[in-house]
Design a protein around this ligand. Sequence first.
Ligand code: PLP
Length: 416
Amino acid sequence: MSDFQHGSIPHGSIPHGTSQQSDLHGLHPESRIVHPPVEEPVGSRPLGVPLHQGHVFAFPDSDALAHAFTGPDHGFLYNRYGNPTVRSLERAVADLEGGSGALATASGMSAINTVLLALLRSGDHVIAQRSLYGGTFAMLADLADRWGVEVTHVGGDDPDEVRAALRPTTRLLHLETVSNPTTRVTDLPALIGAAREAGVLSVVDNTFTTPLLCRPIEHGADVVIHSATKYLGGHSDVLAGVAVFADPDLHRRVWHYANELGAAADPFAAWLALRGMQTLGLRMRRHCESALDLAGRLAAHPAVTAVHHPGLPSHPDHELARRLLPDGQGGVLAFDLAGGREAARTFVGAVRLASLAPSLGGVHTLVLHPASTSHRQLSDEELSAAGISPGTVRVAVGIEHPEDLWSDLSQALAKL
Ligand code: PLP
């Protein structure tokens, strides 16, 4: 113990690698095992991103530690403020989206909550799209009910509707690139442009399209949100979110609030998301091609009255999709069954290769009956206002062979 007391280990700078063990030599086993060697490769480099699961970082002096508290790029101190593996995910997504930086969070909802709560105060006004993910819609309703934030909902195609909704207190426009489940495409350049003219920030949830198909910052967005749980992670085995910022000051503001909220992503979740992202290009191409292929075949089926996929020329936003999403129009489609609610419920129970499950963006194909699950709170009139019929089925197309998928969908259609 005397070596330690006399300072053979410089305070706060425990050396890495095997040298640490020799410096600990002479200490009790209970002390040595608390400080195992930290191996770092010498003469080679890891191809995979290292997983830094440990969540406390030691500093040489208090000034260095104090500095790390003050900004997202000032070093790592404690995982709630940042972590090297999580930072790799943040940098990877920021790079793909063309942002200045990003904040990874525990879920997509956590990213949305953190951004909204960091940027709004009571009395502020938000303009939000009508057809939002249910969790986001509920969050905005809660902000209105309990926190005095006012919300106006608009469609996704008319910038004049945004202009007409603007108030002196409007702080934020909240959009989604593609709506769920009817795959309407939002005219991002036009709507964001209308907000920008008034100095209002735009937040775009880009989960459905990923930065490989659409980069909202190129269209003027200030913040881009992802549920990394979906396509970025890609294997339905991780829950995570990311918020990407065009402007570093906005990033810093939201980062400070995220630390108060405790929104941080877990390093292992970030590691899984990063590992999944390495195949994002291959997966997205397959998701998009298979979804368009299945959409075309479904459109020709006698049991189907309408198919919703922006890659189909019959889709109301097809022209916009060709401009905004030239590299692929996404892996989600929906279709309406002539037999209505009962037919849709029979269909989702009859698939064999696909699974009846929520979520999307993973390698497995998933089907869902929105009217009885994700949108069950809506009356038939409200469903119809959202473009959803009682017989609508959503398909989140996975990466299985498209012929096998079509065999599965057609055998389920034959059961109706
Ligand atoms: N945004 C969109 C468009 C979603 O579809 C979802 C989840 O389905 C979320 C956000 C929420 O993401 P998470 O489940 O990771 O919290």
